[in-house]
Design a protein around this ligand. Sequence first.
Ligand code: THG
Length: 290
Amino acid sequence: MHTVLKGTTKEVVVGIDRSFVMIGEKINPTGRKKLAAALTEGNLDYVRQLVENQVAWGAQVLDINVGVPGLDEVSIIPKIIELVKSISDIPLCLDSSNPAVLAAGLAVAPGKPLVNSVSGEEKRLETVLPIVKDRGAAVIGLTMDDKGIPATPEERLAVAEKIIECAARIGISIEDIIIDPLVLTVGSDSRAAMITLQTVDLLRKNFGVNINLGASNVSFGLPERPTVNASFLTLAIQMGATCSITDPAKLGLTVRATDLLLGRDDNSMGYLKYFRAAEKLRALEAEKPA
Ligand code: THG
């Protein structure tokens, strides 16, 4: 199963037989005061820096979330997308729970974007899926519904099935759906990661669908988060996850090493190329004045 995303010129294929796709998470002001302030003040230099940095570190898609309380997201998201388009030609992942914001973003997004996200909640299925269909976009489906996030892998699988069926009814094919089995923090429930991993396994075996994870969520509240995130992502890729909303500067080497270990990197070319680029970036960053 292949999900094809397109930017202005770049095409990215998500699939179990492809290298794992990193969706850069950093254009998201949640918990990031500096970005929230930059978006509020209309200071696009900082956003530009985050875009360039993530692309340099190997992000193949960029997540765009402009949700700052009190800010008019509908008018800001097109401006941010135009900025990203002027810097990079990679596909975009529009991250909002507000259908009006998604529609405003989809109107200016290049190629074939990814919508983040729909869920099994009735109202969201009704409002988001038609927008996705009209634009010919792909969509992330979260395994939660009107009752919340199910506790068991089997129940999360059932929500995924509902999303896939609703989408099919209005003409969105399963190739254009990426299921996100949701990661909660292991800091508050030590079984949280296992439940997500088991859901990944069921999704792969039952539907063969592409699977995304917001891998950084797993480590909230814990020390040494990148290590926890990297360990989790490795396990998830082995189980069948095919893309992740993540920080490529922190997780890139782990992701390319996992591709190599799983036989998805002929002659280690992807890993070696990534390693050399990362070495150069680190040297540049070390030279920069603080
Ligand atoms: N699934 C889907 N979409 C998502 C998520 C998901 N979108 C939002 C989120 N989860 C993924 N994005 C982030 C972005 C940042 C962080 C975690 C997830 C994060 N930020 C650090 C913090 O808050 O402490 C700040 C790090 C920094 O400053 O660089 O951890 O699960 N479909």
